[in-house]
Design a protein around this ligand. Structure first.
Ligand code: NAD
Length: 290
């Protein structure tokens, strides 16, 4: 069993980005700039935002955190987004999810200028990605692809089973790995809560690569995977003890795997690194650098 070390891979990608940025800055350009909007108070969001801001500094970017009250009306939030869309000094904009219940997240995502949509959630980017066109790819899915690439894990002609169909993870990773991308060309089975248990087991037991994003600790058990499978654990679950775990029963499943991601230190790190790649690309687009 080998560990897919998200921290090591992310650090190497961030170092590469940092070098590129310092070249641009030495050439007289301003730094890339990332803006994050955080609405209300939500402990996991606080920690994700902190990690994005720290990593943006390590990448040589400037970043700005805009905190807005829980009570903000949807119209007011949309107005702030429109302001940032018009601001040429911001390359990338993230509106941290989840949002308070009275705000429709789809309206918010749709309002972000696709050119600044470094999360890759806007229908324009998602649509282009689906069609195999150049676009910002959803960060967690993109991060998983980068991790597989870093460890030279082939996806071409492999059978990938994805568990969970969220718009931010399961759906985009299924599409990306099935597409004719540099990392892709796999045969993908997308499963979800309505997949009969027997069918789910039938699929995961023959999968070369299992990607799980359900948000249930210990969901993937050793009887579900074949010997030598690659396991990508997207889940981030805080146990009552305070311990952070994924969706895989790691100690039991790891011995059966050829490769497995740890939690923490796996996909979470890669998500942030992929956001940095998207921000750099947004900046390069702004300055016609590519
Ligand atoms: P979600 O919470 O929106 O939805 C869960 C998905 O799991 C649904 O599509 C549902 O159909 C599926 N599901 C639930 N029970 C199932 C079952 N019994 N069998 C098969 N499928 C089942 O999904 P999400 O937002 O993708 O989050 C999933 C997990 O990934 C959470 O723990 C979240 O915190 C984590 N996450 C991690 C990162 C990261 O960067 N590592 C990013 C996003 C989400």
């Amino acid at each position: 069993m080998n560990i897919l070390d998200g921290k090591k891979c992310a650090d190497s990608l961030i170092a590469e980005i940092g070098k590129k940025v310092s070249g641009y800055v030495q050439g007289g350009l301003r730094k890339p700039h990332m803006t994050i909007i955080l609405v209300g108070e939500h402990a996991p969001s606080e920690s994700y935002v902190k990690s994005k801001i720290t990593t943006s500094g390590l990448s040589g970017f400037e970043s700005e955190l805009i905190r807005l009250p829980e009570s903000i009306r949807e119209e007011e939030l949309l107005a702030r987004i429109r302001e940032i869309n018009e601001d040429h000094t911001t390359d990338g904009l993230i509106v941290q999810l989840p949002l308070p219940k009275h705000i429709n997240p789809q309206n918010i995502i749709n309002a972000i200028d696709p050119a600044k949509d470094i999360d890759g959630f806007h229908p324009t980017n998602f649509g282009k990605m689906t069609l195999g066109q150049k676009a910002f790819r959803p960060a967690t899915a993109y991060g998983i692809c980068k991790l597989l690439q870093y460890y030279s894990i082939p996806t071409k002609a492999k059978h990938v089973v994805v568990i969970g169909r969220s718009n931010i993870v399961g759906k985009p990773i299924s599409i990306m790995l099935a597409n004719d991308f540099d990392i892709g060309n796999a045969t993908v089975t997308l499963t979800h809560i309505e997949t009969p248990r027997e069918l789910l087991l039938e699929m995961t037991r023959v999968a070369d690569i299992v990607i799980v994003a359900v948000g249930i600790p210990g969901f993937v058990t050793p009887d579900m995977v074949k010997e030598g499978a690659v396991l990508i654990d997207v889940g981030i679950n805080r146990l009552e003890s305070g311990k952070l775990v994924g969706d895989v029963d790691f100690d039991a499943v790891a011995p059966k795997c050829s490769w497995i991601t740890p939690v923490p230190g796996g996909v979470g790190r890669m998500t942030v690194a992929a956001l940095m790649i998207n921000t750099l690309n947004a900046y390069q687009n702004n300055f016609n650098l590519v």
